[in-house]
Design a protein around this ligand. Sequence first.
Ligand code: SAM
Length: 258
Amino acid sequence: MNAEPLPTTINKRESSLAILKNYNVSDAEIDELLCLAGPDDARLYRLTIRKRFGEPNAYLRGHTRFFGREFRLDRRCYIPDDYARELAERVIRDAPSGGRILEVGTGCGWLSISLKCERPDLKVAACDIDPNALCLARENAMRHGADISFHESFFVDDVAIPEPDFVVANVPYGGDADYSARELEEREQMPPIAICDSEGVVAPLVGLVASIQNRRWRSRIYLETGYLDEWRLGPAISSCRCYEHVRNGDFGYIVIEP
Ligand SMILES: C[S@@+](CC[C@H](N)C(=O)[O-])C[C@H]1O[C@@H](n2cnc3c(N)ncnc32)[C@H](O)[C@@H]1O
């Protein structure tokens, strides 16, 4: 006896497009998913379902680029933005020959790896409180052959290295009120510890400076501060010797001596 024919499989391309439209995904994002999937309809369907659960395109894409290099990206880390690029360029310019640099809150590691690749003379160390992010950063460093020592640490408390010349950091700052609804949706998908701190808008910046001061380090500190105005930065820099605030629209950083 012949078995009943199986129901026809769904047309995954059509279903994907219907789901994405229904979920109000923008045309630009849909185009990117189509491009990522190419002719593979099953992949498009998987990406669509992940998108329906709110995953940002950056994670679906799975990589990002800085200084002409590709870095792997996934839910273990913060989605890097362009804000810290100028800070990285500045450190590449300023760092003394053969200097020691420590990056705090390295995430996927793009900044430390870029520093080491652009300036092989530097001794670069990087730390993060999140072991998942560190695991990804190590993978990215290996991929680029970057010799960096990675450390799991609360700010600089647990990093067993000699005093660095520079500490560079893009630690969380800001509050929910500073972001659009779309940005907040994206931020909900990132590791919570990489986003704002419930203790206050600049609490991690204050914590980092205190951690450096507790170690009696005199390292120069380069901090990504984005759109934050000077009055909001006050609690982080009031105990420091001197500072320079560079601000260009939403881009900004401070350079301070603890
Ligand atoms: C805004 S993300 C930036 C990541 C990366 N620097 C980048 O630009 O993509 C902040 C990072 O700081 C780390 N972090 C948060 N609090 C920390 C702490 N107390 N000590 C060390 N790292 C911390 C988070 O795990 C996260 O990876």
